[in-house]
Design a protein around this ligand. Sequence first.
Ligand code: MIG
Length: 711
Amino acid sequence: MARLRPKPDRFPSTEDLHHSRIEGVNVIRVSLSPDGKRVPESHALDPEARATWAPCSRPVLPLSLTWQRTGPSRWELSFPIPPSARCLGLGERYGGINLRGRVHTLLTTDNSRHSESVDSLYKSIPILLVEQGRRSFGLFVDSPAPQRWDVDRARLGRVTVELLSRRGFALYLVGAAALPNLVKAFTHLTGRSALPPRWSLGHHQSRWSYPSEKTVRSIAAELRRRRLPCDTIVLDIDYMDRFRVFTISKRRFPHFGRMVKNLRADGFRVVTIVDPGVAKSEQDPTFRQGKRRDLLCRTSAGKLFVDEVWPGPSCFPDFLRPEARAFWGERLKILLSRGVAGIWNDMNEPSLFRHRKVLASDAHALPPDDEQLFVQQTDEGPVGHLEVRNLYGHAMNRATWEALQEQRPDQRPFVLSRSGYAGMQRFGAVWLGDNRSWFEHLRMSIPMLLNLGLSGMPFAGVDVGGFGEDADAELLARWYQVGIFYPFFRNHCVKNATAQEPWVFGSDTEACIRRQLEKRYQLIPYLETLFAEHRESGAPIMRPLVWHYPDDSTAAQIDDQFLFGRDILVAPILARGQEWRPVYLPAGLWHPFDGGRALRGPGYQAIAWPLDRVPALVRDGAILPLAGPVQHTGELASADIVFRVFGARARGHYWQDDGATFAYQRGVFNDWQLTFARGRFTAKASHLGYRPLRRRYFYETEGARRRARLK
Ligand code: MIG
């Protein structure tokens, strides 16, 4: 292990070193600030996180790191990485799971051309995990200013981080430890996802746009008539009056509240989009109030900052200010009082039509604060937008989350966002923005979601079927085969593309999709158990194989397969015209999810996956809690639960609560340890605090189903 080697001669700043043990992992915090200033307040850290920091002078680090301040707004960090180590994390990255050989920019950007040549997307999570078995380590640079991570590119065998900021920041060195322990410690610091409301784990049907009550009604009716399970209808920007936030078009949605109520009676929730831009118009109450209370961002000259977005010339609330967040919460009442169940925050990078690029890609310094687009108010006073840009969506999500929590204290919020910063998991779910109806983007969704999960964010998905361009029957069916394993599971599609609701491509495709949807709903008890486990350990829902098989060097490379929890290995078809694929099986016996002969690993096997099969295998020795078939999650509370046993000796876990409230935080839940051995099934409670509705429990081995007793 190398000693810390600061270079005091080239480093004119105050150094402040602290050490802690978090979840059994060494964490060293280095506070760096120019001219002895205080390090700014962190928006990444969970305020409830408990950690005791002891000052330390000569820490032993898991890597030899150097840092320097190389200009008034430029910092450089650098450390070597061993040739065999894999670099993971860094939030939302287009590309394979191993981030080596590329530059990764962290500056929230609305860019719909997702490709290898794009190095920054909507989210910014500055943690890199250097995976090398039990001696893995992580570096978290807690700054919302622009960062450029050169991972083994310009300087071979090194990571170089360029941070453009005039303010101070903290960096955290985590490890050395195994990957799951690093993520456990990181999510201890930055928080874990709350349990989602059960309905949000169902199938969401979305479109840009369902522009009228009539369309919404007919989509909902079609889903039920065709018995395509679904929980949520999503309303994109056309529900609004001239795209103005917190309005509802009277013409197209004359009976909005009644529509929501009727849908609810049929088991559907409504989620509405909310954009941060507020139309600059004295006729607009959100603008009037925001301006009167001085909550909108201003230029350094004191003028309101105006840019173009959907409603035309618009102003932007400064969500870093607690008063602006409270104001947003008040405005949200307009939607919440009409029964809207969840909020979808879009455009919150923020996306600006007149400034698609806010910083030149070759900039090695920040423009002075007063030459930036606008200034924002922080604890230390006004700072240029770029210094805190990566927090814009994050703070908007926080405003939304806190408003939902406050206005509906007995319901778990559902907030979906495009942008966010480290710790975003505390404020709901995310999706990965404007992908396209390409097999390439279906393929990429796997490593992208895996890296996001390793960066602390478990509740994520991509638009099923692809957002931009035209889907077709094969692509849509293949995408649903993967989508049922996305923690957040939504079909969404751009305007002017071929529609892609599950029935659009004919009855054969529809039947295949119906089967996938049924499986998704069966898996919800297992998925809820995984979310409960995430709260304990920070483990993502979608995991790379290396998470559970750290000593298997083939498994460590794989990013076109993933584990859904510990027990389900998903290995889908990701290219057009393929009927089978090579599947890598880690050591042990693996049972096809839909039944059939078990296969033995380690090694590759050729497996055919017809469109109506679930492209997954279950680990021998697992017991999965599955639910009976339902049309929406409202029917799940009383549905049969079947514990499906795989193998002659097996163990499982089943977690159960009301799926709706925060009562679980007061112990109102049940936690069962399941075992099957010598032909006997037992379920032992390790916690009993919740009284479920009357329902039946079974266990199933090799197709035979028997009543199970839970004690
Ligand atoms: O400028 O609201 O990523 O999901 O349908 C486009 C319209 C704005 C971008 C989102 C997309 C959404 C679309 N929005």
